[in-house]
Design a binder for this molecule. Structure first.
Ligand code: GDP
Ligand code: MG
Length: 201
């Protein structure tokens, strides 16, 4: 249930014929170091020690697919941790444009210990709204590292208020403690379904 390499998405062979309409791309956005990859790994069920090969090199992939059962219904999420890469600036811009276009849902992550990342989150929200204007895409604002209470720079209320202004959902998580991470991905599934169901009727 784990597949990497986003370029193969087009050739997805949906052999059982049932999953196609329940496959959604979820793109993680946010500054470097806020915990995007940590959240993606928990989603994929990867332990931190498995993310390194014996030489210590990081062998993380950046796209993960998993089928989740939420409220008795199956939905497959493709989580894309592709926002940052080590390639050249030119490629980076291309990748980021691509990320802004392809998501069926977005998770905008900041760290509660880093106010700059909170400000970046707002900018990303504005950028997303501009690029995907006409669409009502699910967006969840995530304040990660909630375990680091003593270094907190962004209050829960600020995160919540920001989400109200930006008309999106909000949750605080701790990737380190696995706190609220499954709730986050379940929340995305529910947001996607709400929009799907309101289109049908
Ligand atoms: P990314 O750059 O957004 O992908 O961030 P990473 O997932 O690589 O995390 C950056 C650093 O923050 C790593 O050292 C993580 O172990 C740490 N980190 C991520 N999430 C948490 C968290 O919830 N709590 C704490 N204390 N550290 C975290
Ligand atoms: Mg990362």
């Amino acid at each position: 249930h784990l597949r990497a390499n986003w370029s193969s998405d087009e050739s997805d062979d949906d052999s059982d014929g049932s999953g196609a309409e329940c496959l959604y791309r979820v793109v993680l956005l946010g500054d470097h170091g806020v915990g995007k990859s940590s959240l993606a790994n928990i989603f994929a069920g990867i332990q931190e020690k498995e993310a390194h090969d014996p030489t210590g090199a990081v062998v993380l992939e950046d796209t993960y697919e998993k089928t989740m059962t939420v409220d008795g219904e199956e939905t497959t999420l493709i989580v894309m941790d592709t926002w940052e890469n080590e390639k050249q600036e030119e490629d980076q811009t291309w990748v980021q444009d691509y990320c802004m276009q392809v998501g069926n849902a977005y998770v905008i992550v900041y760290s509660i210990t880093d106010r700059t990342s909170f400000e970046s989150a707002s900018e990303l929200r504005i950028q997303l709204r501009r690029i995907r204007q006409a669409e009502n895409i699910p967006i969840i604002l995530v304040g990660n590292k909630s375990d680091l209470v003593r270094s907190r720079e962004v209050a829960v209320e600020e995160g919540r208020a920001c989400a109200v202004v930006f008309d999106c959902k909000f949750i605080e998580t701790s990737a380190s403690l696995h706190h609220n991470v499954h709730e986050l991905f379940e929340g995305i599934v529910r947001q996607i379904r709400l929009r799907r169901d309101s289109k049908e009727t």
